[in-house]
Design a protein around this ligand. Structure first.
Ligand code: NDP
Length: 290
């Protein structure tokens, strides 16, 4: 019998922790502030930015939404980043991904003050994660996955964990978190060149799928009693729905769930955790910057 890991409920409890922390910071004269920069008019990015700003408002954080036209040059965007770096009302800065193609995203990330890089993508924060330095910012999605494991009482120490995907946003930081002292999992990272992925996954006590391929992980890839964290968010056509599509993860949920001891659904699993951990990171930045 599998238990479904309720990401909405765990995210709600993280947000409640944040609400209390905001009050504590405010009592010390600090109003945590998050700036979200959006370049261009990608509709999904508008939705994400909207919910980040709404969550800030709900918790009592100051937020600033900076919308720039798709024609914004690299230099203009860097000038905005530099201004925010210098602004004492802003503790966290997030440049919504993906920017238009002419923007060098890596250069923008490097221009951020690492002390305000609440996405945790700046090289200094990547290094701090590898060094297990708690003053760094951990990328929100893998940090959210770790909270889900903890909230579900999953024992990571000594567990065989397989992370499918090696992106800087999810796969790599996830692997570092699982192997860090205190988590103590034995970690395998798989990717598109891995041989016999089903056999690699069958060894796993914990599988984290962060691939971007709809329902790739099948029931015969998963050993009985494994814990499965599905990071994937994929749109597949579904004419029976109003929108004409529905969201599925990287795991074939219906066939995999009965074999697991615990599994995250899509939607309602990892997704809600990402914003919650962004709020956590912004509060950490406000505390550290003072
Ligand atoms: P990327 O495209 O950056 O990385 C995908 C990874 O999957 C790569 O390392 C790639 O390998 C690997 N991969 C691709 N195909 C295969 C395959 N057939 N077998 C094994 N590995 C494969 O994606 P992200 O890490 O940014 O995102 C992954 C998924 O998570 C997406 O669906 C995304 O939408 C979702 N996501 C969800 C978030 C949330 O809040 N829930 C937040 C961020 C992402 P290689 O390196 O060899 O190319």
């Amino acid at each position: 019998m599998s238990s479904v890991i309720d990401g909405k409920a765990v995210a709600a409890s993280v947000l409640e922790e944040c609400r209390a922390e905001v009050q504590e910071l405010k009592s010390k004269g600090i109003t945590p502030g998050l700036a979200v920069v959006l370049v261009g008019d990608d509709p999904a990015s508008h939705v994400y930015v909207g919910s980040k700003v709404r969550t800030c408002g709900d918790l009592g954080l100051y937020s600033r939404k900076i919308e720039l036209p798709a024609t914004t040059t690299q230099e203009e965007l860097l000038a905005v980043v530099r201004e925010l770096n210098a602004d004492p009302a802003i503790h966290g800065i997030l440049v919504q991904s993906p920017p238009p193609k002419h923007i060098d995203e890596e250069a923008v990330v490097r221009a951020l003050d690492p002390r305000k890089d609440v996405d945790g993508f700046h090289p200094e924060n990547v290094a701090k994660l590898a060094l297990e330095d708690p003053t760094g910012f951990v990328p929100c999605t893998p940090a959210g996955c770790m909270r889900l494991l903890a909230a579900s009482g999953v024992k990571t120490a000594g567990a065989e964990a397989v992370v499918i995907g090696r992106s800087m946003i999810v796969g790599k930081p996830m692997a570092l978190l699982l192997m860090a002292k205190g988590s103590d999992a034995t970690v395998t990272i798989a990717h598109s060149r891995s041989k016999d992925l089903p056999a690699i996954c069958r060894r796993a006590d914990i599988i984290v799928a962060a691939v971007g391929r709809p329902e790739m992980v099948k029931a015969d890839w998963v050993k009985d009693g494994a814990v499965v964290i599905d990071v994937g968010i994929n749109r597949i056509d579904d004419p029976s729905t109003k929108k004409g599509y529905r969201l599925v993860g990287d795991v074939a949920y219906d066939e995999v769930a009965p074999k697991c001891s615990a599994i995250t659904p899509v939607p309602g699993g990892v997704g809600p955790m990402t914003i919650a951990l962004l709020m956590k990171n912004t509060l950490q930045a406000a505390r550290q910057l003072g």
